[in-house]
Design a protein around this ligand. Structure first.
Ligand code: AHR
Length: 362
C-alpha cells in the first residue's frame, strides 16, 4: 500500500532541493579559476604577480618625436629594451617635436614617482626648471641622444649619444681629401647646408663642424637653411636654394632623410647628382646611415659620403641604469664609437684630431 506524503514532508523535500540548487549555483557560477587550477595555484600566482610588480624598475621615456628613420630606430631600441621581460615598467611619451610636450611628460613622470626619467631632448635650451623639479623629487634623469644646456650639470645624472661635431669633422675631412685628390680648387666648392632642427645638439655640432671646415679650407659656404631633419622640408628648402644660386656643387645634409628630399628636388630640377663636381655633378653628403633608401643612394653614388650616427641607445641606457642600481656613478658623458661610410673607392682613410678612420662600405 502506497504511503501518503504529508504536507510537512513536502515542504522538507522542497527545502532540500532549494539548498542543493543554491550549492550548485555557488559551486559553478562563482568559480573563476581556469580549469585545473587549484586554490593554491591562484594564491601563488597572485603573490608572484604582486612581487614582480614591486620588482619592476619604473622608467618614463620622453622621446622628442618621430621626424626621421633614425628616430624610429632609436625609439624601437628603447622600447625593445625597457620591457617587462627585462624587468622594466615603461611609460613612453612622444613629444611630437615640441619641447612643451616633453616638459608636460616629465612632470607626469614626476607625479607617477618613476624610478628613472629618460629624456631625448628636442633642443638644448630651456630645461632648467623641469629638471630642477625632477631633482627635487629625487628622480635621476638620463639624457639620450641630444644634450641639454643647463646652468647646473647636476640637473641630470649622465648622457649617452653621438659626438655630432666629430661626425661633421669626418664628413668634411672626406670632402677635403676627395676634392684634393681630384685637384679641385677649394674656392670652387660652393656649398649649401640643409641644417637639422635648429638648436638641437645634432644641428649645432654638424653646422659648427662645417662652418669651421669651410673657414679653414677656404670653401664657399653660401647658405645654411633648416630642413628640420625631414625629407619634405629638405625638398622645399633645396628647391628654394636652387632658385637663389646657380653654382651649388655640394649639398651638405644634416641627416639622410634630408638628403633624400634634396636629391628629389635636384633631380626634378634636371640636375645630375654625383661626385664628379668638375663635370657639373652636384655632390650630396649626409649623416646617419640608417635609412635603406639613403644606403641604396650611397651604393649608386648619389650620396657621396655618410657619417654614421648610431641610434641603438636602448642597451646603452640600460647599462647606465644598471650601474646606478649597483650604487656606482657612471661617466657623465658617454660617447658612442661611429664609422664613416662611402662607396667611392678613391679615399680609403681620413684623419680627424690625430685619429685615423677607415672609410667603410655600409
Ligand atoms: O639627434 C640625432 C639626429 O636626430 C639624427 O641624425 C637625425 O636623423 C635625427 O632626427
Amino acid at each position: 500500500m502506497e504511503k501518503r506524503i504529508g504536507k510537512k514532508e513536502k515542504w522538507l523535500a522542497l527545502l532540500c532541493s532549494a539548498m542543493v540548487l543554491i550549492c550548485l549555483l555557488i559551486g559553478c557560477g562563482l568559480r573563476i579559476d581556469k580549469p585545473g587550477q587549484s586554490d593554491n595555484d591562484t594564491a601563488e600566482k597572485k603573490d608572484s604577480d604582486s612581487l614582480a610588480a614591486e620588482n619592476y624598475i619604473t622608467v618614463g621615456f620622453s622621446q622628442l618625436g618621430a621626424e626621421s628613420d633614425w628616430r624610429s630606430a632609436n625609439t624601437e631600441s628603447m622600447l625593445g629594451t625597457f620591457t617587462k621581460e627585462n624587468g622594466y615598467d615603461l611609460e613612453y611619451k612622444n613629444g611630437q617635436q615640441k619641447q612643451s610636450n616633453q616638459i608636460t611628460a616629465i612632470r607626469m613622470f614626476i607625479q607617477q614617482e618613476v624610478d628613472y626619467i629618460l629624456l631625448a631632448p628636442a633642443t638644448e635650451d630651456g630645461w632648467d626648471s623641469v629638471l630642477g623639479e625632477a631633482r627635487e623629487a629625487g628622480i635621476p634623469v638620463i639624457l639620450v641622444d641630444r644634450m641639454v644646456n643647463t646652468s647646473d650639470k647636476n640637473l641630470y645624472s649622465c648622457w649617452v649619444g653621438s659626438d655630432f661635431e666629430l661626425e661633421s669633422k669626418k664628413v668634411t675631412a672626406w670632402i677635403k681629401a676627395y676634392t684634393e685628390s681630384k685637384n679641385i680648387d677649394p674656392a670652387d666648392l660652393h656649398i649649401v647646408n640643409i641644417q637639422g632642427s635648429i638648436g638641437s645638439t645634432a644641428q649645432l655640432g654638424r653646422s659648427r663642424g662645417l662652418a669651421n671646415a669651410a673657414r679653414d679650407n677656404g670653401w664657399d659656404l653660401m647658405a645654411e637653411v633648416s630642413g628640420d631633419f625631414t625629407e619634405t622640408k629638405a625638398r622645399e628648402v633645396m628647391e628654394a636654394l636652387l632658385k637663389r644660386f646657380d653654382n651649388i656643387n655640394v649639398v651638405y645634409c644634416e641627416n639622410d632623410n634630408e638628403a633624400i628630399g634634396a636629391i628629389s628636388a635636384l633631380e626634378s630640377a634636371g640636375k645630375k647628382v654625383g661626385s664628379d663636381i668638375a663635370n657639373g655633378e652636384i655632390m650630396v653628403v649626409s649623416f646617419d646611415g640608417v635609412n635603406e633608401k639613403a644606403l641604396a643612394y650611397a651604393r649608386e653614388g648619389k650620396i657621396a659620403c655618410i657619417a654614421e650616427c648610431n641610434p641603438l641607445h636602448g642597451p646603452r641606457v640600460e647599462a647606465l641604469i644598471e650601474a646606478i642600481e649597483r650604487g656606482e656613478t657612471p661617466d657623465k658623458f658617454n660617447y658612442v664609437d661611429e664609422k664613416i661610410y662611402s662607396y667611392i673607392d678613391d679615399i680609403s682613410q681620413i684623419t680627424v684630431d690625430d685619429v685615423t678612420y677607415d672609410v667603410e662600405k655600409p
